[in-house]
Design a binder for this molecule. Structure first.
Ligand code: BGC
Length: 910
């Protein structure tokens, strides 16, 4: 028995975090027992935990998050240990972990420093001597827009782009670093600043922020071995001068010119103190690190005469160069996601220049940007006499989170789709969930985050990451009268849209489902409630129809049923979508209020009911038919339970899909929920058909064209390899990767029944085209496993694992549900349905025609149909043998051929 993943607020050994909640969580594995009989959490000021400061224990201690009720002191490290005894009497003790406070309410003794010259980038410096032996030293620091500090030439900490993305109108985060090992008796502390999100060009309209300037505050606190302390803070005794940075911009890139001052005066001058440019708050961002290092897969000499490096994977981050460059060498790297006609291309970055320039002074150093990042697979290199592939490495930059999901199937293409989604996440989890990492946006678009959050939760432990985003959403909302943003950092305050702004209720709801902490739900509750209240107020002002049928909405963004295939707005009525999300958000508030024991729980449940009634009145016919005949319309109604007659709705959805020739029509709203909704309403076969559809529009279309991430549009790239447009066309947009939720939640079948996955429903859905599936999900409560394999005789083997302290309701095909306690289980099931059978009578002809066995059947029994079939006629190809038979009946033609063909098709196996 082993205790693992001991975390504080979702972080491993967090240093200098903002601890306004203090929750200790852990997991147990390898136990013989099934559940916890007793648990204990101890907190101490000493690593040996000889003297305890706080202790809590009992049978009911919740491993999903035990509040540590401590009066925290500033600048203090607390040690923490968890002990668990199982119901069989086994006992395990965790490693000692820790968390350390930053300044709390302690005032800064340091002063802010500024830099008046807007035309240059500053570096600040301080030299100092430490006369006594140092026991420990911490640097508390914030530099605006971005900072990198070094002590005696060694980088402080391993963060990238600190202090990250902030709600700048409210505050910026300061970071805490352990700098003990960097100090010597004589020291030089140097801090360089870049513009970043604070003062660079940034926002939907490429906003600039001339009222914001470079600024630095830092406090080095040294504790000597004799117990005395020294504080070296920024003040007028610090120096500053121009740095080697000529340009630092999130969109445009970076120019680092190490000869900038060659032959010119650039003396260290006394630094100037300034008034605080903004408030400070202890860091609450998870660590933002340079993670994977990817080598060059190929050096391409393009028809345009360029040298382009191919890293084989689209990602967000930067390229580093690991060889010395002779003095005067000017290395330029430009970034792109795709080649066009074999040559470098990045017109889809729109106005983002995305260039890294480096001018060498001949000094050996690791060459890399400090204050920008790029979204890329390819880098165009210029300025080098010879290009040595081994000198270049791409570094993926993202918030450091623990990977929790693993999924592998018998389909290489689906495995690639999963991988592409994971890379989509990595590329867009750079401290905030962004839409894309390359063009002139890279914004925390809330709609994208909302549709993807439940997928992300299966892939990574997103607790720290989403807690940060939720805090920023709340902080922004407080300035916007309850309205929730369409993107962060918000420079369009007060603008809202359904689905996007509904993140205010839906992300806390996901957070509770996945991480199960009531304390966090309580923290997020005001964000949820204020959001719903803001829509409610507007509805009331318009006569209280209980509908959100007014205002601006993105609607079913990028759906294919809009005015044209390149239109950004879909066909589904915006008022219907918005009202459905208003209902969903109100229902989330009602649920949260009930869980938290709030008096208003009833009121919000009634509000949700009123909205539901109004939707049924406005958007359904009197007899229960949905008056909005689009895929997204039906899917939204099914997802949120908005119907009087479910069978009618399902019938409408099936018919709509047929009328749409089995093609996806939905966009950010419909397509992202489609497969889970289908599967949860008994239509998993249709969901699998969409998943495996290889053409446009479909998930495998991009995979077939060599995509390594998820594209913004279904047809971002055309079959001939040409990009379909430049206006709204990122090749690294994770939204449509939401289909991966279907793989975990439905194909593997692992879904939460109780918050934090303490109880799960495991209902795997085998499919012949996947052949087998192995999935593990290390949920907040522990690791679930669900695997299945279709055997040669058509029976299915299932392997299920339920973690310690958890229970599952297992629903295997054609079986009665079983209750499972923690443990490992294997089942061999022979169902009436033969899972080797790839086709049904309803399989469209276009699928049958891909299989020579099926073609042989058609040749034998329906030769005329086969001869006259026009393969380019999408509608004719979408018909099934059942449709053929119906048609024959209508025209009084013989149906025997169809009957025989159906019989033979149903006999095909494998
Ligand atoms: C972004 C989207 C975003 C949208 C708003 C786009 O420019 O890239 O992903 O959600 O605007 O509809």
């Amino acid at each position: 028995m082993e205790i693992y993943a001991v975390k504080i607020n979702g972080f491993v050994n967090p240093m200098g975090l903002l601890f306004d909640t203090l929750l200790c969580s852990w997991k147990v594995r390898g136990a013989k027992g099934k559940k916890q009989a007793e648990a204990r959490v101890e907190v101490s000021l000493d690593p040996a935990l000889d003297t305890l400061l706080y202790e809590t224990g009992g049978a009911d201690l919740d491993a999903l998050g035990v509040p540590l009720k401590l009066e925290l002191a500033p600048y203090t490290r607390y040690y923490c240990r968890v002990t668990v005894t199982s119901d069989l009497g086994e006992t395990a003790q965790s490693d000692v972990c820790w968390f350390e406070t930053a300044k709390l309410d302690e005032p800064w003794t340091a002063q802010w420093l500024g830099f008046e010259d807007d035309t240059r980038h500053p570096e600040f410096g301080k030299t100092f001597r430490l006369d006594k032996a140092v026991a420990q030293a911490r640097l508390y620091i914030c530099g605006l827009g971005l900072f990198e500090a070094d002590i005696n030439g060694e980088k402080v900490g391993d963060d990238f782009l600190a202090p990250f993305v902030n709600d700048y109108e409210a505050h910026v985060q300061y970071c805490t670093y352990d700098v003990t090992p960097l100090l010597a008796p004589d020291n030089a502390l140097r801090v360089r600043l870049g513009k970043g999100w604070w003062m660079g060009r940034f926002g939907l309209a490429g906003q600039k922020y001339p009222h914001r300037g470079f600024a630095l505050i830092a406090e080095l606190r040294v504790r000597y071995q004799d117990g005395s302390e020294a504080v070296i803070g920024t003040d007028g005794s610090w120096s500053c001068r121009g740095s080697v940075f000529e340009l630092t911009d999130i969109y445009d890139g970076e120019t680092q010119n190490h000869l900038l001052w060659a032959g010119r005066e650039n003396p260290w001058r006394p630094a100037k103190t300034i008034d605080a440019p903004t408030a400070l708050v202890a860091r609450y961002s998870p660590p933002l690190h340079a993670m994977e290092a990817l080598s060059v897969q190929e050096i391409i000499h393009t028809p345009a005469g360029e040298t382009v490096l191919d890293f084989g994977q689209n990602l967000a981050g930067y390229v580093e160069y690991r060889q010395p460059l002779p003095k005067g060498t000017a290395l330029t790297l430009e970034f792109g996601e795709i080649l066009q006609n074999g040559s470098f291309y990045h017109d889809n970055y729109r106005s983002a220049k995305s260039v890294f320039h480096y001018v060498s002074d001949g000094e050996p150093r690791l060459i890399r940007p400090y204050f920008t990042f790029f979204g890329f697979r390819y880098a165009r290199v210029s300025g080098l006499a010879a290009v040595d592939a081994s000198a270049f490495w791409a570094r993926a930059v993202y918030s450091d989170m623990e990977p929790v999901g693993r999924l592998e199937t018998g389909s290489a293409k689906i495995n690639r789709l999963h991988e592409n989604t994971l890379w989509g996440l990595k590329s867009n989890f750079l401290d905030m969930p962004t839409d894309c990492p390359q063009r002139d946006e890279r914004l925390g678009w809330t709609g994208d985050a909302q549709v993807f959050c439940r997928t992300a939760g299966y892939l990574m432990d997103t607790r720290g990451f989403y807690a940060k985003f939720l805090r920023d959403l709340r902080s922004d909302q407080l300035r916007c009268g309850g309205k929730a943003a369409i993107y962060l950092p918000n420079n369009m305050p007060g603008t809202t849209s359904a689905v996007w702004s509904d993140i205010a209720a839906l992300l806390p709801d996901m957070f509770y489902d996945y991480y199960g902490s009531r304390d966090m739900l309580a923290l997020h509750y005001p964000l949820m409630k204020d959001w719903v209240d803001s829509v409610r107020r507007e509805d009331k002002a318009r006569g209280e129809k209980h509908l959100w049928d007014f205002g601006f909405h993105f609607g079913d963004w990028l759906a294919l049923d809009g005015a044209t295939e390149q239109s950004v707005f879909g066909r589904t009525d915006d008022g219907f979508i918005a009202s459905a999300y208003y209902h969903a958000s109100a229902a989330c508030v009602a649920r949260a209020a009930a869980l938290l024991g709030k008096a208003e729980a009833e009121e919000y449940a009634r509000l949700a009911q009123d909205i539901r009634r109004a939707i049924l009145g406005e958007y359904f016919t009197q007899t229960g038919r949905l008056a909005i005949d689009t895929q997204t319309g039906y899917l939204v109604a099914l997802k949120f339970g908005l119907y009087a007659d479910k069978a009618r709705l399902l019938e409408g959805l099936r018919a709509r899909i047929k009328k749409d020739c089995n093609r996806i029509k939905g966009g950010f709203v419909g397509a992202t929920m489609m497969n889970t909704v289908l599967a949860e309403n008994g239509l998993e076969d249709i969901a699998y058909d969409f998943l495996f559809f290889e053409g446009f529009p479909g998930w495998l279309y991009a995979v077939n064209l060599g995509a390594t991430t998820i594209w913004e549009r279904w047809n971002s790239v055309l079959p001939n390899g040409m990009i379909s447009g430049t206006g709204m066309n990122s090749l690294n947009h994770y939204s449509y990767g939401s289909v991966v939720e279907f793989l975990y939640r439905n194909s593997a079948g692992i879904a939460p029944l109780c918050p934090g996955f303490r109880r799960a429903r495991i209902a795997p859905l085998p499919d012949n085209r996947l052949a087998h599936l192995n999935c593990s999900y290390d949920s907040a409560a522990g690791r679930y496993v669900s695997g299945w394999k279709i055997l040669e005789d058509g029976s299915v083997d299932f392997h299920i694992e339920v973690p310690f302290g958890c229970e599952a309701e297992l629903v295997l095909p054609e079986q009665k549900p079983r209750s499972l306690a923690a443990g490992s289980y294997d089942y061999h099931i022979k169902t009436a349905r033969d899972y080797r059978a790839p086709y049904t009578a309803n399989t469209p002809l276009e699928r049958l025609l891909e299989d020579p066995r099926a073609v042989a059947v058609l040749e034998k029994y329906l030769p005329d149909t086969l001869r006259t079939l026009d393969c380019s006629d999408v509608e004719a190809m979408s018909k099934s043998l059942v449709d053929q038979r119906r048609r024959a009946q209508v025209f009084r033609a013989p149906t025997e051929g169809c009957d025989r063909a159906i019989e033979a098709i149903l006999k095909i196996r494998g």
